[in-house]
Design a protein around this ligand. Structure first.
Ligand code: PLP
Length: 425
């Protein structure tokens, strides 16, 4: 079969089911084209994408500027490995560190790899700068976290499906309640070997849990008090998704003039992925100060594809789009509108308990058990009505459209969502 031979949805799904490892349970829809906020299935039906590949497509599908950067670079130089310098990586590192207000960037590919990198940097800093005894360093993490799928990362997950039968697990992690400053303080006070605190500014996979006002700033202050690195995993929340450049930022010198929310914190280590490439190419990064990043020396860490010239060109273009199209501002404005519109409906609804989120990272909670299939059935009906979303749990649906959406499009989506929910009341 030639690669571009047309196949039906049924045929495409049958191929994946027969020849692919069954590590996902996709919504039954087969997409073959995307543009901006829209995707089309192989039969030509058009949908609003209300997931954005888990917040990777903040800039919209196939953004022409990002695709141009990709194709031009792909025809010039794709990969050198870091055995040699290339003429794009330094440009990108300068651009991105200035963009986010950090000294240094370590380029890597996937979100999980970037989290792994941050953990390694933090541990090495613990031994070489903080002076913790060898192999005694602990990193504090939060319950219901999602940081990726590697063996170390699932070692400190509490999702049984992600963990079971993948042991033995990596040591050196202490799990505490999310959004609980007392638990954090007690842990830091009683454990002199804590090197870092790894946290999602909003817990996305867990169901878009937004912590209390001021939580991040106070957690950062506690970390400073105990000389512990504050590591923000902004793989999902970063790059304008929550209505500002970073969900954790506020006081940083980043060029996001829209940092209007409560000043939060500048992390010691910032972890980015997903929308760093606008969903065009796997690009992730770890950013930190010179003092922290300088613990990494030649040979300590690396990746064949990390920092390749395509990734560099694509990431510069993707960040320029965020800035030039004012996507933080748009996410902030549309997010408020989205929650207000849904709240009007929810006040009269028996089915939906609440909507929560920041910017265009939102979720609704359905009045049903966590292991029910109501959210899945609603997502199937949303699909029939022309909008694609996915449950994070049996009773929670995440709504994260591309940030290039217009107000008119958002209101059309709201009416599709409300019409669909009414069919389940
Ligand atoms: C998606 C995600 C990751 C993992 O990214 P991959 O590219 O899938 O490895 C890590 N942390 C958070 C918060 C994420 O949402």
């Amino acid at each position: 079969m030639a690669v571009l031979d047309h196949i039906s949805s049924q045929e495409a799904m049958a191929l994946e089911n027969k020849y692919g490892a069954q590590n996902y349970h996709p919504l039954p829809v087969v997409l073959s084209r995307g543009e901006g906020v829209y995707v089309w299935d192989v039969e030509g039906k058009k949908y609003y994408d209300f997931l954005s590949a888990y917040s990777s497509l903040n800039q919209g599908h196939c953004h022409p500027k990002i695709v141009k950067a990709l194709t031009e670079q792909a025809q010039r130089l794709t990969l050198t490995s870091r055995a040699f310098y290339n003429d794009m990586l330094g440009k990108y590192e300068k651009f991105a560190t200035e963009f986010f207000g950090f000294d240094k960037l370590l380029p890597i590919n996937s979100g999980a790899e970037a989290v792994e990198t941050a953990l390694k940097v933090c541990r090495k800093w613990a031994y070489e700068v903080k002076g913790i005894d060898l192999n005694e360093a602990q990193i504090v993490v939060c319950k219901n976290n999602f940081h990726g799928r590697t063996t170390t990362i699932i070692s400190f997950s509490n999702d049984p499906v992600a963990r079971k039968n993948f042991g033995p697990y990596t040591q050196g992690f202490i799990k505490i309640e999310y959004d609980n400053l007392e638990a954090l303080e007690e842990t830091l006070e009683t454990n002199p070997n804590v090197a870092g605190f790894l946290v999602e500014p909003i817990q996305g996979e867990a169901g878009v849990y937004v912590p209390s006002e001021g939580y991040l700033a106070k957690a950062k202050a506690l970390c400073e008090k105990y000389n512990v690195l504050f590591i923000a995993d902004e793989v999902q929340t970063g790059i304008a998704r929550t209505g500002r450049l970073l969900a954790s930022c506020g006081n940083c010198d980043c060029p996001d003039k829209n940092c209007s929310g409560t000043p939060e914190v500048k992390p010691d280590i910032l972890v980015l992925g997903k929308a760093l490439s606008g969903g065009v190419y796997p690009v992730s990064a770890v950013l930190a100060s010179n003092e922290i990043m300088n613990v990494i020396r030649p040979g300590n860490h690396g990746s064949t594809f990390g920092g390749n010239p395509i990734a560099a060109a694509v990431a510069i273009a993707a960040l320029e789009v965020i800035r030039d199209e004012k996507l933080s501002e748009n996410a902030e404005y549309l997010g408020k509108l989205f929650r207000a519109e849904l709240n009007t409906y929810i006040s009269k609804s028996k089915l939906v308990e609440l909507v929560r989120g920041k910017g265009l990272l939102n979720a609704i909670v359905i009045n049903d058990d966590e292991d029910s299939d109501t959210a899945w059935n609603i997502c199937l009906r949303l699909r029939d009505n022309g909008l694609l979303a996915k449950p994070t749990h049996g009773n929670i649906i995440r709504f994260a459209p591309p940030l290039v959406m217009t107000e008119e499009q958002l209101l059309e989506c709201v009416s599709i969502i409300i019409k669909t929910l009414k069919e389940f009341e």
